[in-house]
Write a protein of this length. Sequence first.
Length: 211
Amino acid sequence: MKNNIVFVLLAGGKSERMGVAKGLLEYQNTYWILEQINRIATSTITEIYIGLGYHHEEYTNKIPWFKEAQLHSVFYKNLKVRVVVNQNPQLGSFSTLQTILQQIPKNKSVLINPIDIPILNTTELQNIIEEQNQIVLPNFEGKNGHPIKLHSDFWESLLLLNPADENSRLDLEIKKTIPSKITTITVTDSCILKNLNTPNDWAEYSNSNQK
């Protein structure tokens, strides 16, 4: 099972409210994007695709191996990492997701997380990974969050959507899906709902997680 799920980290946004690329924020002596990868490394997932966009040159300047990972897989923390650059990031995060999905073998399930939502604890993360359905959503106190797991039978249809259409959104496609194909998993980790969009959001989160 562990080799059949690919983790997708979406980091292609403009980060206007944060003022800097979110993945390059400093977090406990590393960059936030590397911290997110470190958290995934504690699970059974062995392959990661990172989607960059607006700030891709900044990422490769700060993390040089990201440039090599655009050409072929690079091993980091025992993970096989690929970096994919969305050349049209102005079309939004769904466009970045599509750009990545085009590179992933069609027999793989994907676990999707935006850069501004912290990866939850390893135990509950693993529960999401192991659950089998078309769509798997974590739920904290009645609200669904990330990461979202999608079976290949579901995500292949996302490639047919026009990324320029404002209605081409993952949440809307999930809402169209019959309930029996969706599993929600109750978690105790509230970070699945966090959106680290502003400097205040970041300060509050990082200060509360100091070692």
